[in-house]
Design a protein around this ligand. Structure first.
Ligand code: GSH
Length: 234
């Protein structure tokens, strides 16, 4: 198998499962159960030094080394699009538009929606200021997305890794406190993408794992939310 795909069924994981399925690439699925701390295991950290999924190992890279290890979902999407010459516009202007929206997702929508989700649903105590701040910024970002999608069918004109990156997060919009009825162009785009066979297959990848990833346990909170003590083993 050309690719080992380190995955857990979360938004950043789905970005890559959708891209792999859209590209119809064979891969070996390597689940990393982040709710029990497997992201901190030394063999995984050797591939993903940031202790987070997703990660990819390419055993048939086009250049140089025998194998290529890649972490960071945006970098993985770019790597796959460039290697396989798909899911990325070829024309320079559209290509830059694709990059802009990819970086916007990685640096904006993902982290902010993630914090909105965290403070709304996971934080041990209720922090009104944090909930208000992240939910309001998240709503602003959905407005930005809505405006672009009112102008274009897909973020960069044609379907690309920028759409895949944003879709994987919009898939969890309810957890961000977002009602898609307030963002009609996002809703139109979202429904169109959900109907794609590659997207369906990408979201199906995690189905059997979902039940084994309870983020509400003591060990999950320790593994996920910064309570990890290097001296203790998980
Ligand atoms: N910037 C990273 C973020 C990855 C990330 O946050 N992954 C989460 C799941 S969506 C994770 O592995 N969390 C485990 C942890 O925080 O311990 C990327 O885009 O790949």
């Amino acid at each position: 198998m050309a690719y080992d795909f380190y995955f857990w069924p979360t938004p950043n994981g789905y970005k890559v499962s959708i891209a792999l399925e859209e590209l119809e690439l064979p891969y070996n699925l390597c689940p990393v159960n982040i709710s029990v701390g497997e992201q901190h295991h030394a063999d995984f950290v050797a591939i993903s030094p940031n202790h987070k999924i997703p990660a990819l190992v390419d055993h048939c890279p086009t250049q140089g080394e025998e194998k290529r290890m890649i972490f960071e979902s945006g970098a993985i999407l770019l790597y796959l699009a460039e290697k396989h010459q798909r899911l990325m516009p070829q024309e320079a202007d559209a290509r830059m538009t694709c990059m802009q929206w990819l970086f916007w997702q990685v640096g904006g929508l993902g982290p902010i929606a993630g914090q909105a989700h965290h403070f709304r649903l996971y934080a041990q105590d209720r922090h009104e200021y944090a909930i208000q701040r992240y939910q309001a910024e998240c709503a602003r970002l959905y407005d930005v997305l809505n405006l672009q999608l009112a102008r274009r069918r897909f973020l960069a004109g044609e379907y690309s890794i920028a759409d895949i990156a944003c879709l994987a997060w919009v898939f969890r919009h309810e957890r961000h406190g977002i009602d898609l009825q307030d963002y009609p162009s996002v809703e139109r785009w979202y429904q169109a993408l959900l109907a794609r066979p590659g997207v369906k297959a990408g979201f199906a990848v995690g189905e059997s794992l979902i039940g084994s990833g309870d983020f509400d346990t003591k060990i999950a909170k320790k593994a996920l939310f910064g309570l990890h003590d290097e001296k203790e083993s998980l």
